[in-house]
Design a binder for this molecule. Structure first.
Ligand code: NIG
Ligand code: FE
Length: 408
């Protein structure tokens, strides 16, 4: 049993609704707080002196300089398993070159596919672990990671195995997702419908047999997979027992509706969602995941996060960290920027980075500091938790705890 504290403030994120808008006044803030942990879980959160008296035998993890504590963050959408980089895409795009011109000069998702296929499993694992450390330093301890740069049986399995291997080398929780339906690969002979059938028949059964992922994603877009074929694909994936998430409404609207109709855990991107899509999504249990990093990487509008919350939806915010559209990997910076443009309260942003993001991953044991939850939290040397978003990512945790142990 270990008591961490005393903290000037503990922001628990407890007692807040899963859906809809949040006011900062509703945040539970414990002053002179303590967090008691045992076997990776939280036994008690409350007044430091009270807990110390109640559990006199507990080991003391003395926190100096009046720091603050919040639940560790959850990044529910990343593509951090990849080879190579796409700096030239970024430069060309900023010079006014079109998507087509970039693809024709050897860029785009296909270029990451070629680099990822050229990398060994070990190299991919090393790359993942390097990026996981970068995210951990921002207080992120749960990280979803997609495949999707392999695009055939062997290469998709290589990516998912690399993620599985990385999981054995980090205390962070890695949540793998099969995104074989990212793009029809150039070397596949057949229609996109044929490729989707190939995923269902050849890739997903192996993913399942090896327990490499229990989530399936698809990029529904004019340039990738069309809405009707995507819906059929997702229903089949669901029948195979996979949870569903969708890259939806990034450039054209309509696919978030499909995500809701198939009972997806989340619909991600939503930069192009129209009001009717937002209302439909907000009335469901499907989490809307905003990816401001992709808006910043591409120079596209932000997801209409304010409208989603005002309509009663569940909003999460994730980094989308990938070599193409979102190369930054700074989730807190991105969430703070989204907040200034979309007018999101601090409570709404913190919820979107913690328990609401965890819900999108079907993880119900984290994102809140309360009795019985996983003891993942971050502490900051600052006198006010508002400074985390105010500093737009430049204030980083002094320590990050996973299962009650400091890992940084
Ligand atoms: O989420 N939109 C599709 N997929 C990624 C981009 C991947 C890439 O450009 O490599 C995204 O933005
Ligand atoms: Fe993505």
């Amino acid at each position: 049993m270990k008591l961490s504290g005393p903290f000037r403030q503990i922001v628990t994120l407890d007692h807040l609704p899963l859906k809809g808008k949040l006011r900062d006044e509703n945040l539970e803030i414990i002053t002179n707080g303590g967090i008691l942990t045992e076997n990776g879980q939280i036994l008690e959160v409350g007044n430091y002196d009270f807990i110390k008296q109640k559990f006199p035998q507990s080991e003391i993890d003395l926190v100096e300089n009046q720091q603050i504590a919040i639940p560790a963050f959850v990044d529910a959408h990343t593509h951090i398993c990849f080879g190579g980089g796409r700096a030239n895409d970024f430069a060309m795009r900023n010079s006014g070159k079109s998507y087509l011109e970039i693809a024709e000069s050897g860029g785009g998702i296909w270029s990451s596919v070629l680099h990822t296929r050229a990398a060994s499993g070990g190299e991919l694992t090393d790359g993942i672990l390097k990026r996981v450390r970068f995210l951990l330093k921002q207080g992120i301890t749960t990280i979803e990671i997609k495949s999707g740069y392999g695009l055939n049986v062997d290469e998709e399995l290589k990516m998912l195995r690399a993620i599985k291997k990385a999981q054995t080398k980090t205390d962070a929780t890695l949540v793998p997702t099969c995104l074989a339906a990212h793009l029809k690969p150039k070397d596949f002979e057949g229609s996109s419908q044929d490729y989707l059938n190939y995923i269902i028949e050849e890739i997903l059964p192996k993913v399942k047999a090896e327990k490499l992922a229990n989530r399936v994603d698809i990029f529904v877009e004019k340039s990738a997979f069309q809405q009707e074929e995507s819906k059929e694909f997702l229903l089949k994936a669901k029948e195979l027992g996979f949870q569903i998430t969708v890259h939806a409404d990034q450039f054209t609207s309509g696919s978030s509706r499909i995500a809701v109709e198939v009972g997806a855990k989340s619909a991600d991107h939503l930069e192009a969602s129209i009001d009717a899509d937002i209302e439909f999504l907000a009335n469901s249990e499907t989490v809307a995941i905003a990816l401001p990093g992709a808006s910043l990487g591409l120079g596209e509008p932000f997801c209409p996060a304010r409208k989603i919350l005002d309509n009663g939806g569940i909003l999460a915010i994730a980094s989308d960290w990938n070599p193409g559209s979102a190369p930054m990997g700074q989730l807190v910076t991105q969430a703070s920027i989204l907040a200034t443009y979309q007018k999101l309260s601090t409570a709404e942003v913190l919820a979107a980075l913690t328990f609401r993001a965890a819900y999108a991953l079907d993880l119900h044991d984290r994102g809140i500091l309360a009795k019985g939850k996983k003891a993942d939290f971050a502490i900051y040397e600052t006198d006010n938790f508002q400074n985390i978003l105010y500093n737009q990512g430049s204030l980083i945790p002094s320590k990050v705890y996973i299962n009650g142990k400091s890992v940084l």
